[in-house]
Design a protein around this ligand. Structure first.
Ligand code: HEC
Length: 110
């Protein structure tokens, strides 16, 4: 059973379709909403950079959660700090969103 799921996930990843049905990855739906509300006007809808100077979040290393949380909470360069605005659960959900590339890749192991 586990093997067939892995194969299925690989096939879906190659096809570019979201691997996860809505709700199967904890926080993905919530992360998507949080991203739209707080991040998309600078980083672009679906992380597609609108051509501004904002960092392209699709390039963020999927194995580096600590620096992501740190940069988002404390701000970086021209980006404001979000630590006083977002709840810890919202930061976690944003990580799920960015690390799975909006649900198109599996959540990296911690
Ligand atoms: C007001 C515009 C703006 C908003 C809103 C914004 N960002 Fe940014 N963000 C930036 C800019 C500009 C940079 C590039 C900062 C730099 O390197 O000078 C950046 C960089 C980043 C980086 C890379 C930091 C690094 O270490 O290089 C991450 C991660 C990030 N943003 C995540 C987020 C998330 C998650 C949100 C939503 C909570 C968000 N940003 C909202 C403008 C914004």
């Amino acid at each position: 059973m586990k093997t067939s799921n892995t194969v299925l996930a690989a096939i879906l990843a190659l096809s570019g379709a979201p691997i996860f049905a809505e709700g199967t990855v904890p926080d993905l739906e919530f992360g998507t909403k949080t991203y739209k509300d707080f991040c998309s006007h600078c980083h672009g809808l679906n992380m597609v950079n609108p051509g501004t100077s904002s960092y392209d979040l699709r390039k963020w290393p999927r194995d580096n959660k600590p620096d992501f949380l740190h940069a988002v909470a404390n701000g970086k360069g021209d980006m404001p700090a979000w630590g006083d605005i977002l709840l810890p659960g919202e930061l976690e959900a944003l990580w799920v969103y960015v690390a799975t590339r909006a649900g198109t890749e599996p959540l990296p192991e911690e």
